[in-house]
Design a protein around this ligand. Sequence first.
Ligand SMILES: [Zn+2]
Length: 316
Amino acid sequence: MRKFKPRRHLGQAMRVGLAAWMLGGFAGWGRAADPYAFNGSRAFSFIERLVDFGPRPAGSKALAETRQWIVGQLQQSGWTVERDAFTADTPIGPLPMVNLIAKLPGVSRKVIMVAGHYDTKRFTKFRFVGANDGGSSAAFLLELARILPRQKHRFTYWLVFFDGEEAILHWTATDSLYGSRHLVARLTSDGKLGRIQAMILVDMVAGNHLVIHRDADSTAWLNKLVFHVADRLGYQRYFRNTPTAVDDDHVPFVDAGVSAIDLIGLDYGPDSPPFGSYWHTAQDTVQHCSPASLTIVGRVVLATLEDLNHSPHLPP
Ligand SMILES: [Zn+2]
């Protein structure tokens, strides 16, 4: 990840504490079952499993093994998995990359996509396992994959695991976002891009200091919807209406006319943003991630998906 476009001071992050865990994990306590129940602890255990594969840069053996494990998990949850393989032209030569697209048919063929990346940034001077940056997005999608088949849904769901989100060397327009740029190009040439009604991108959603700012590049109506949902669930502390702009896998989709939103926890670590002091360091470990953060984002995404079933922006 990803160049921070306008540099802004984002303010002190709030620590996610026990109270948030109670709020996020047990909101349905004493009532009917929580309709947005998301098991942050299980998603966290998926991060631990992903980190066990070691550093997982694009083109590596570890990422191939990770991919095989992810496919197995998705199939166990009842999804059909398509491998979108391609060769990326990178500053260190051609690299094989594979996006994974897990599909669950709905009443409508129109698609709601929830996406994240599963590669980790390549570093040679230290061991980078990307618990939050690369691990959390993939783990989040795997937990969502267990939940969505049990829910009534109007739209077809795609869970997309992007390869090659990270720059191979230094972030530029051509050295970054390999998987998302490839998928937009392929869906455009296949005439299928128009099936996607909305894209929800998650990235770095497990940090101990969870703060998600409103991304200025994301589509306005989706920002409004998601932040309204977060308000309704009592998560104003974590979803803040302060604008930022970040290059991430949603941008190729937005540029191609798809409605998309990026939910990214930039305030990762005790120091000030952008990105916090653990971002792209050896400190991006499970010790600095929290099940509570995953639960909060999970509940917001599940409630958003429910709202999308009857959004005026998505006519039948
Ligand atoms: Zn990154």
